[in-house]
Design a protein around this ligand. Structure first.
Ligand code: KG4
Ligand code: ZN
Length: 354
C-alpha cells in the first residue's frame, strides 16, 4: 500500500523547498466511472493507471452511488500503482493535482478529499483541474504536439465543444452543444439498437462492417458553431419504430448498417462545425479530444479531410482520449509552472464554467 514518509515534514514548509525534482506531480481523476492516477515529471508522463468500473454495465449507464463506492475501493491501489510505476515516493512529490469539476459530485468528492489529504499531510501545493480543459491539453502530452493557437474539438460523454487554445491556460470555448453531447448520442442510439453501455465503442466496432449510406438520419440546422444531437436521437427512434412494425427482426438483421449510419451522421455533424471553425478563425492546427475522439471513423475523417485541405491535425493516443489522469497531470504541470494553486477549502462542483 502507499508508503508515506513524513519524518521530514518540517522540511516542506515552502512548496519548492527540500525536494529532488521541481515538477514532480501526482494527479488524480475521479469525475465519472474511472478511477485514475498519474505521475508526471516536468511535463513528462511517468505513469498512467486507470481502474475501470464494470459494475455499471448491468444498469445500462453509470449509477452515481455505485461509482462513488468503487472510487473509494480503487483510489488507494490506483494511486499506489501510479507512484510505484513512476518509481516515485510520496515524499518526492512537488504538488497534487485533482479533477475539481465537472462530473458526478460523489465521484469528484472521493478524488478531491484524497488529494486534499495528501496535500495537507505532505505540505505541498494543491492544484484544481477542470476536466474539459484537461481533455484539450491531452494533446500536449506526446509528440507531435500542436503549437499555439490551435483548435480542439472536444467530444466526450457529457460535453461537445470547439475550443481555441491560445495558450495552455488560456482556452476559449467558441461552440458547444445546446442539448446532448456527441458521446450521449452514441450511447443513447446504441441502446435503441440493443447494445450495452457504453455503446460508443460498440457502434464504432459494428460500423466497420456496415454501409454508412444504407439509411438516412436527420442532421440538425443549428446556427454558428453550436451543436445539437437530440434530433438525431428522435430521428433514429422514429425510424426504428417504423421499421420494426414492418419487420420485428429489423434491428438484429441490420446492426452493422444502423451503427455505420448513426456514426456517419454524428461525424458529419461534428466535421461540418469544425470546418466552419477553421474558416472563421483561420487556425489550421486542429486537434480532437475526449472519449469520442477514440472513434476510428472520426479519427479517419479528421486525418483525411485535414490532409486534403492543408490542416495540421493532431489526434491523441487512445489512452489519452477517454478519461485518464495523465491529462490531469499535464494540466496540473502547466498550472504548477504558473503557480496557480488552490486552497484546501476548495470544493468539487458538478457543473463548472471555464
Ligand atoms: O471523455 P470520456 O471518457 O468521459 C467523459 O468525460 O464523458 O467519454 C466517454 C464517452 C462515452 O459516451 C463513450 O461511449 C464514448 O466516449 N466513446 C466512444 C468511443 N470510445 C468512447 N464513442 C464512439 N466511438 C468510440 N470508439
Ligand atoms: Zn472526460
Amino acid at each position: 500500500m502507499i508508503e508515506s514518509n513524513l519524518q521530514n515534514h518540517e522540511d516542506y514548509g515552502s512548496p519548492f523547498k527540500g525536494r529532488r525534482g521541481q515538477g514532480l506531480i501526482l494527479a488524480i481523476e475521479s469525475s465519472c466511472d474511472e478511477t485514475a492516477a498519474s505521475v508526471c515529471r516536468d511535463g513528462k508522463i511517468l505513469s498512467n493507471i486507470i481502474a475501470n468500473q464494470t459494475v455499471h454495465e448491468q444498469y445500462g449507464g453509470v449509477v452515481p452511488e455505485l461509482a462513488s463506492r468503487a472510487h473509494i475501493q480503487n483510489i488507494v491501489p490506483v494511486v499506489d500503482a501510479a507512484l510505484s510505476t513512476a518509481n516515485c515516493q510520496l515524499s518526492s512529490l512537488n504538488a497534487i493535482a485533482f479533477t475539481q469539476a465537472p462530473g458526478l459530485i460523489g465521484s469528484l468528492l472521493v478524488g478531491a478529499q484524497f488529494a486534499k489529504s495528501l496535500s495537507l499531510a505532505l505540505n505541498i501545493p494543491l492544484i484544481a483541474v477542470h476536466h474539459m480543459q484537461a481533455h484539450v491539453l491531452a494533446n500536449l502530452i506526446s509528440e507531435p504536439k500542436p503549437s499555439f493557437p490551435f483548435l480542439c474539438l472536444t467530444v466526450s460523454g457529457g460535453h461537445t465543444q470547439i475550443v481555441v487554445a491560445h495558450a495552455p491556460l488560456a482556452l476559449e470555448v467558441i461552440g458547444e452543444t445546446i442539448d446532448d453531447a456527441a458521446g450521449e448520442a452514441f450511447d443513447k442510439t446504441a441502446k435503441m439498437i440493443g447494445l450495452p453501455y457504453p455503446g460508443g465503442p460498440l457502434v464504432d466496432k459494428h460500423a466497420r462492417n456496415g454501409n454508412p449510406k444504407a439509411f438516412k438520419f436527420a442532421e440538425p440546422q443549428v446556427p454558428g458553431l453550436d451543436f445539437s444531437f437530440s434530433g438525431l436521437k428522435t430521428s433514429v427512434l422514429y425510424f426504428l419504430q417504423d421499421a420494426i412494425q414492418k419487420d420485428k427482426d429489423f434491428i438484429s438483421k441490420n446492426v452493422d448498417d444502423l451503427c455505420a449510419c448513426v456514426q456517419y451522421t454524428i461525424i458529419n455533424i461534428l466535421m461540418k462545425k469544425l470546418k466552419k471553425a477553421v474558416e472563421q478563425t483561420g487556425i489550421r492546427q486542429v486537434c480532437i479530444a475526449g472519449g469520442v475522439s477514440a472513434n476510428s471513423g472520426l479519427r479517419n475523417a479528421l486525418k483525411e479531410y485535414g490532409d486534403r485541405h492543408n490542416w495540421q491535425t493532431f489526434i491523441p493516443p487512445f489512452e489519452y482520449c477517454t478519461d485518464n489522469a495523465a491529462m490531469i497531470a499535464i494540466t496540473g504541470y502547466y498550472k504548477f509552472l504558473a503557480k496557480d494553486f488552490t486552497e484546501l477549502n476548495v470544493s468539487p462542483t458538478a457543473r463548472a464554467e471555464w
